[in-house]
Design a protein around this ligand. Structure first.
Ligand SMILES: [Zn+2]
Length: 189
């Protein structure tokens, strides 16, 4: 089943093919708007709308797109977290900066990143269940992964940010949290 990006109404059809190159967007039975206008959008525009916290863009990504590799994306996020933690360790260390860290340190950082993610997933789930009217709990993990793309911003922060690095990382965390909450917003009925 697909979902109308405007109102969240369930539907089984996003568009009709009129010819090999022409499609006609289906309209929602509930709100009469096109079920998913992002079908005709470029991926970059969809990404910009997601960055701007538009719920419709997230509904498209979560319910109507054919992104299947959320597990791979999650692994990329974990590796980003590990790399950030590893760089922080390197800066704090008094040792020679070029000295490579052992596999044991990498494994420990990876394990910590997994525990950190699980902790975040559980706490956020409890918070939205107890204190908000966010109603989209279906596809919870998929929603969290797809809306946590802000984690990738950690890499340019490490490369280009020399001052105010901590503030930048805090802003990234806030951006990820607000993206997650926007994506988890359910239909308004
Ligand atoms: Zn609708």
């Amino acid at each position: 089943m697909y979902e109308c990006v405007e109102c969240g109404y369930k539907t089984d059809c996003l568009f009709r093919k009129l010819s090999t190159e022409v499609i006609k967007l289906s309209h929602c039975e509930n709100c009469k708007q096109p079920v998913d206008k992002y079908i005709e959008y470029d991926n970059i525009l969809t990404g910009i709308d997601a960055t701007l916290h538009k719920t419709q863009a997230y509904r498209h990504l979560i319910h109507n797109s054919n992104i299947k590799s959320t597990m791979k994306l999650w692994l990329v996020y974990l590796l980003c977290d590990v790399y950030v933690a590893w760089q922080s360790l390197k800066k704090m260390s008094c040792d020679d900066a070029d000295e490579p860290y052992s596999e044991g340190v990498f494994s420990m950082l990876f394990l910590l990143a997994v525990v950190d993610w699980l902790w975040y997933v559980v706490v956020l789930f409890l918070l939205i269940t107890l204190f908000t009217d966010v109603s989209t709990k279906d596809h919870y993990l998929r929603t969290l992964v797809l809306s946590s793309f802000g984690k990738l911003l950690s890499l340019p922060a490490l490369i280009w940010t020399t001052m105010h690095e901590n503030i930048y990382f805090i802003l990234i965390q806030i951006f990820i949290l607000t993206s997650n909450i926007t994506a988890l917003k359910g239909p308004p009925f």
